[in-house]
Design a protein. Structure first.
Length: 144
């Protein structure tokens, strides 16, 4: 993995990709023009929460797991061994908000790319963040 045109997805974006249409449509539309990454920990989080969320809505949790598996073909999971060297710096940047989000910050720092999230915890970390309502500007390369 080399720095370049890409974006790191937070776990909440993976979950939105499974539960909704907009995020999945964006991933599919731009899969050939931009690299989508997420720390392995975010896939783990999504695997944990998706069955609970679908079950509470009366939907089939196995369907959600299958959709997440397909999302895994569009979004490259980054193994912790690759971003571990950025742990301390990432924790320093995110500590005031939610230190548990350090893997996302670490991958963004490692690859020199922004983060796609709906979580305000990344604001002030010194890393560009995009929310779903604006991320298409970045995906299209119209971000300045």
């Amino acid at each position: 993995m080399t720095p370049g045109r890409g974006i790191v997805l937070d776990a909440n974006i993976l979950i939105r990709a499974v539960l909704g249409r907009r995020v999945r449509a964006l991933l599919e539309a731009y899969e050939d023009t931009i690299a989508f990454y997420t720390p392995d920990a975010c896939f783990d989080d999504a695997c944990e929460y998706i069955p609970q969320l679908l079950g509470s809505r009366g939907d089939d949790p196995e369907t959600g797991t299958a959709v997440l598996d397909r999302i895994g073909l569009l979004v490259k999971p980054v193994d912790q061994a690759l971003y571990r060297d950025f742990e301390q710096l990432a924790k320093e940047r995110i500590a005031v908000r939610d230190i548990e989000d350090w893997p996302i910050v670490a991958v963004a720092l490692m690859l020199s790319v922004p983060v796609w999230t709906e979580d305000r915890d990344f604001f002030g970390s010194g890393i560009a963040t995009w929310t779903t309502d604006r991320v298409e500007l970045y995906l299209q390369g119209r971000h300045g």
